[in-house]
Ligand binder design. Structure first.
Ligand SMILES: Cc1cc2nc3c(=O)[nH]c(=O)nc-3n(C[C@H](O)[C@H](O)[C@H](O)COP(=O)(O)OP(=O)(O)OC[C@H]3O[C@@H](n4cnc5c(N)ncnc54)[C@H](O)[C@@H]3O)c2cc1C
Length: 614
């Protein structure tokens, strides 16, 4: 019989990455992190500077896989060994039809940051204040910005990139963090960049203006070149993906002797004990090889942190008996903690991507099409509600938001109508202080130019829950896309702006005369019914899942406190996209690194306090 061996700092000089469970069986760690993805590896890096940490990741270690590391493979659509997908429950379509949508996620070291589009967007002042207003002191923009800065090393554009249209505001960035954030070298398609920016300003009658930097917290009503989670590698002389793994785990500077990473193993559940007062304490986790086999336990002495992403973290809680007790009993899981918000409040942006306009015969210069090295979304615009709809219709949306209770009860993803009413109110407030309403971005291709759009602050709420017949199979994800009338209005407005851009010079000069018809996008004078049909027939998941373990007061269906502690537990935290109660990150990754840095700070504070040397 093995004894429990506390892992000591002395047994290795560097981070230990292994897929062999015998290296960890019967070991004890101060911290265990479930999921070696975007947030999980960032939290692990910070904690392991002074503590023993185990990360368990169900995917592989793909450190030297070129498909993962070359940023240009994403826009080229190359299938990645790290990319996985599950089908949503059937979602709303036109005329009462239903369709399932693929929901993609990354599963390897780095998680979704190893497969994503690397677009470097941040939340805004208005959106972080909305998060704080939902009952989360300490999460407003001014408190949150330093954590995003801690995570990044921003490379300012060089004079050549600036001449081509890149720009930045120095004080909003960080310069010593692990994640590389920069413009591509050379800047992709500079001529298209200029044309896209000019067209946006025309389409929005000058209300959407050029900003040097979308990351300054006030991006509503602005357009600019996009920066990415990439860095320039001088040896290879090329841009590289700055995934979480290549930022927080692999580099020499980030080696941690206290850190063990077990790959190709999935965490089945958290092992808990219950005190006489009813408080739950995590004592370890139950692990099994991803390919199947014997389950075994690893013991924790301080905390378990779940960072398995918004599609998986709630399901791990449910398998551990933490969730809606009635539901858990129905599916044969003995509840240990009744927490109805687990898996509820699930949100995603919807994307309108069926928008590739054929290039005009003469418009084939490398400047426009970018040659072979393409990144997604080279120019991004974030208009406000008023920019998008005009004053009167923006008021109408505000009224809809402020009178939300009427349809709250019909939305299945919220724990109670009060929760949706509270969320709708802070969304309405955010729009009033110029929160972006939609995002539009331009992507060059070799035969077409794409003008995509996605929504930013949806009100529709879905839920995700364990598969009753096989709890270790893919969970059931009922996204409830576009079930809120507010979201439908936003999507229609976004579609109309795409059509308008396609007929407005100078952008329209680059595409064929019948580009709208050829792309199947509604004409500018299409009826409301026609635009709704197109939206409902073509919308896709924008793969920005959040909310399924929301940080909110428990009465509103919250799962974690502002300290990210699961309500009713002493030492179980969640640090990933699932804790965001509102979908305020236009593209989540840079904000998620901020969440990871803040989580680590709070966890380390607790550790210091409990050790009595604060
Ligand atoms: C195709 C795609 C494109 C995207 N494009 C962009 C973009 O351009 N810009 C942007 O900012 N964002 C983008 N996103 C979104 C962004 O990448 C994610 O929101 C973010 O990476 C999620 O981080 P996370 O830490 O919550 O989860 P993840 O990074 O997904 O990490 C979760 C990890 O947990 C592991 N895991 C899950 N269950 C278990 C288990 N039971 N046991 C052990 N391990 C487990 C998974 O394998 C995974 O590695 C994109 C996402 C996708 C999928």
């Amino acid at each position: 019989m093995w004894s429990l061996l506390p892992v000591l700092f002395s047994f290795a000089q560097a981070t230990f990455i292994t897929s062999d469970a015998s290296n960890v069986i019967n070991s004890s760690f101060e911290f265990i992190i479930v999921g070696g993805g975007t947030t999980g590896l960032a939290v692990a890096n910070r904690l392991a500077a002074n503590h023993t940490v185990l990360v368990v990741e169900q995917g592989q270690d793909l450190a030297n896989n070129e498909i993962v590391n070359n940023p240009f493979m994403f826009a080229a659509g190359t299938p990645s060994p790290c990319r996985f997908s599950m089908n949503s429950a059937p979602q709303i379509g036109f005329g009462g039809t239903r369709r399932s949508l693929p929901l993609s996620y990354g599963s390897c070291l780095g998680g979704s940051s190893s497969i994503n589009g690397m677009m470097g967007a941040r939340p805004t002042f208005a959106s972080m204040n909305a998060i704080e207003a939902l009952g989360n002191p300490g999460w407003g923009w001014n408190d949150f910005l330093p954590y995003m800065q801690n995570s990044e090393t921003f490379t300012p554009p060089n004079p050549w990139q600036m001449k081509e249209g890149a720009n930045y505001i120095s004080v909003v960035h960080g310069y010593n963090g692990p994640v590389g954030v920069s413009f591509s070298r050379p800047l992709v398609a500079p001529l298209l960049q200029r044309i896209a920016k000019k067209t946006i300003q025309t389409v929005f009658s000058g209300e959407v203006t050029l900003t040097p930097d979308m990351g300054d917290g006030f991006s509503g009503g602005h357009v600019s070149s996009f920066y990415y989670q990439i860095h320039f590698n001088k040896t290879l002389h090329s841009d590289r993906r700055s995934s979480s793994a290549w930022s927080y785990l692999y580099p020499q500077k980030q080696q941690r002797i206290g850190l063990t990473v077990l790959t190709e193993h999935m965490v089945n559940s958290v092992v808990t004990s219950t005190s006489a007062s009813g408080k739950i304490t995590a004592t370890g986790i139950l692990i099994e090889p991803t390919t199947g086999g014997q389950k075994f336990e690893c013991v924790v002495s301080r905390e378990v942190i779940i960072s398995a992403g918004a599609l998986h973290s709630p399901v791990i809680l449910q398998r551990s008996g933490i969730g809606n007790a009635t539901f858990l009993r129905d599916v044969g899981i003995e509840p240990v903690l009744d927490l109805p918000g687990v898996g509820a409040n699930l949100q995603d942006h919807i994307g309108l991507y069926n928008t590739s306009f054929p290039l005009a015969p003469f418009a084939n210069s490398t400047n426009i099409t970018a040659g072979t090295d393409v990144l997604t979304g080279i120019v991004v615009a974030q208009p406000t509600a008023q920019d998008t709809l005009g004053l009167e219709d923006a008021h109408a949306i505000e009224n809809l938001l402020r009178n939300t209770s009427g349809y709250a009860v019909s939305v299945s993803g919220v724990v109670n109508p009060e929760s949706l009413v509270a969320q709708a109110a802070v969304i309405a407030d955010a729009y009033q202080i110029d929160h972006p309403f939609i995002e539009i971005f331009f992507t060059p291709g070799s035969v077409s130019l794409q003008v995509a759009a996605h929504t930013i602050l949806p009100l529709s709420r879905g839920r995700i829950y364990v598969n009753a017949t096989d709890p270790s199979a893919d969970p059931i994800a009922d996204m409830q896309y576009l079930t809120s009338e507010v979201d439908m209005h936003v999507a229609v407005a976004a579609a109309r702006r795409i059509s308008r851009i396609a007929v407005t010079p100078p952008f329209s000069d680059l595409i064929t005369k019948n580009a709208l018809d050829e792309a199947g996008v509604p004409r500018v004078n299409a009826t409301e019914e026609e635009v709704r049909k197109w939206v409902l027939d073509t919308y896709v998941s924008d793969i920005h899942f959040v909310g399924s373990n929301s940080m909110m007061p428990k009465e509103l269906g919250g799962v974690v406190s502002p300290e990210l502690l699961v309500y009713g537990t002493t030492n179980l935290r969640i640090a990933d996209a699932s804790i965001l109660p509102l979908s305020v990150f236009p593209h989540p990754t840079l904000g998620l690194y901020g969440i990871a840095e803040k989580a680590a700070d709070m966890i380390l504070l607790t550790a210091r306090e409990s050790s009595g040397y604060n």
